[in-house]
Design a binder for this molecule. Structure first.
Ligand code: SF4
Ligand code: SF4
Length: 506
């Protein structure tokens, strides 16, 4: 199946023997000039590229004090070395977080520190050359910006931030990544990552309405661009058609229906994802976020709810107000924005949803904490809500739930292997190898509790698992959406299922 060696799954995690340079060949395709220019970047390496790159580094160091602190304070203690899934899966020492940081740090030292300027060899400082740029392009695209290493660093050094800075520098010298930059362009022109235009979106949603009515006997609406609705749902475009994402969207619609709220989606902001974060570009992240503000204002909604998307939730929870606020025109009595899991969980706690767990009895579930939710955001008004709320929703919808080993969940969760703008087929080897630590944990819980399915609240994790599960002896349909479980279990008022259940209890 693969033209590379798929890592074996061990009984317990092993620190691999180093294989130097084993992933040096791994680089994503570069963006064409037209897509670079659309985002305000040069289409090719400019003549004065070195000056441009160093100026950009200086600008970023001035703008983000954390970046300079991270580059200055590492004591090379090694605590992060075996914490990265890409290192564990690939065995390439440059995928150790500290080694990845060094790629940028040694250039930083050369141009921005006294010792590096005058005694470069003494402090391991190097000149910026095209070879160094190529190394950056390769290894900063072997980091999913998942922040796991930062949890274990005694100084809290965040390699994700260093990797974002490196990608931003690469962009300004014309070395942008095809996958991310072309997608950002599509969001600006069409409104979503998939390039799905408004008529196609409308058609898809009408199709879903018919499907749910056929299935349940209840007309559950999937409204688009409805002015005056109370809630604007912002969801990843994968939710509109791909499995298992679309089953999650059906779940949100059923929840809104049962809650009796008016809601809508928007063709202008038909995408929750914000790849501006992956390429480290504040300007592009802002432009993508502003569509949400504009859609909310045009539709006159009172609340914004986000669907299941990991990094989108990080941008929404942590930065949306800075990027596109103030949201003073929304109802201040609700979280701005709110996660769909919190919305559903509140209804469950208020006994406003009837859930028949037995509908999910054909599955034994575990839950994958998506890294951007786990380490880049919160959820609800409680500490650790990003861990407990999705689990509470699953447990309210299913009879069988088992967590994976403790050191692979919550804030120690392993990335799926496809985050941070790496979910592209040209990085398949990296994605499969990077998935190894998560697959190992899944195997453990499968062996112990006969788990059949893994649930997630991130579009990237779902797509990544659908592709990589088969490499490890699982099947692609083992990955499910959390709201797919809700959708299966929810008993809609007036549905055939309600009649059946009530008939049984009479
Ligand atoms: S754990 Fe932190 S201080 Fe230690 S080597 Fe890694 S980045 Fe440096
Ligand atoms: S942020 Fe994640 S992917 Fe990047 S070096 Fe750290 S652990 Fe590895």
């Amino acid at each position: 199946m693969a033209d590379f060696d798929v890592p074996v799954l061990n009984e317990y995690p092993l620190i691999p023997k180093l294989k130097e340079g084993v992933m040096a060949h791994s680089s994503p395709f570069m963006a064409k000039a037209e897509f670079q220019e659309q985002l305000g970047f040069p289409g090719e390496l400019p003549d004065n590229w070195k000056e441009v790159a160093i100026d950009k580094m200086g600008e970023l160091l001035g703008k983000y004090r954390s970046l300079q602190v991270f580059l200055d304070i590492c004591v090379h203690c090694g605590a992060c070395t075996d914490k990265c899934h890409y290192f564990l899966g690939t065995t390439d020492p440059k995928n150790m977080p500290v080694a990845r940081q060094e790629l940028l740090r040694k250039v930083y030292r050369r141009y921005f520190t006294f010792a590096g300027k005058y005694f470069p060899k003494l402090v391991g400082a190097v000149d910026l050359t095209e070879e160094v740029l190529d190394d950056w392009y390769s290894y900063f695209h072997q980091c999913s910006q998942c922040r796991r290493c930062s949890v274990f660093c005694p100084y809290g050094i965040d390699t994700a931030e260093i990797s974002m800075a490196a990608r931003e520098i690469l962009d300004v010298v014309g070395k942008g990544q095809k996958y991310c930059n072309e997608i950002i362009g599509k969001v600006f022109v069409i409104g979503n990552n998939l390039g799905l235009p408004e008529p196609a979106l409308k058609d898809t949603l009408e199709g879903l309405e018919e499907e749910v009515e056929e299935d349940t006997g209840v007309k559950v609406r999937f409204p688009l661009d409805e002015k005056g609705a109370d809630i604007l749902l912002i969801t990843p475009s994968a939710d509109f058609f791909a499995e298992p994402h679309v089953d999650g969207l059906i779940g949100y619609a059923k929840v809104f229906h049962e809650a009796g709220v008016s809601w809508t989606m928007s063709s202008k902001a038909s995408e929750a994802a914000n790849f501006g974060m992956f390429i480290g570009s504040y300007e592009n992240m802002r432009r993508v976020s502003l569509r949400i503000r504009e859609a909310a204002l045009e539709l006159g909604v009172k609340r914004i709810v986000f669907g299941e998307c990991g990094h989108a939730w990080r941008v929404a929870y942590s930065f949306l107000n800075t990027l596109a606020g103030p949201f003073d025109f929304l109802d201040q009595n609700y979280p701005i924005p709110q996660h769909i899991c919190e919305f559903t969980n509140n209804l469950i706690n208020e006994n406003k949803l009837r859930l028949n767990k037995a509908e999910n009895d054909h599955m034994k579930l575990t839950f994958h904490d998506s890294c951007n939710v786990a380490r880049g955001a919160g959820m609800g008004n409680i500490e650790g809500g990003q861990f407990t709320i999705p689990r509470d929703v699953i447990k309210a919808s299913c009879n069988y739930f088992y967590d994976m080993p403790q050191d692979t969940i919550h804030d120690a969760t392993f990335c799926c292997g496809g985050g941070g703008g790496l979910l592209t087929d040209d990085l398949m080897e990296l994605r499969v190898k990077g998935a190894q630590p998560r697959m190992e944990a899944l195997k453990q819980v499968t062996d112990e509790h006969q788990v059949t399915n893994i649930a997630a609240i991130c579009a990237i994790c779902k797509s990544q698992f659908a592709k990589t599960l088969p490499y490890y002896g699982f099947t692609m349909d083992q990955i499910v959406s959390v709201h797919q479980l809700v959708s299966n279990a929810i008993v809609l008022k007036g549905s055939e299922q309600e009649a059946e259940l009530d008939g049984e209890t009479e």
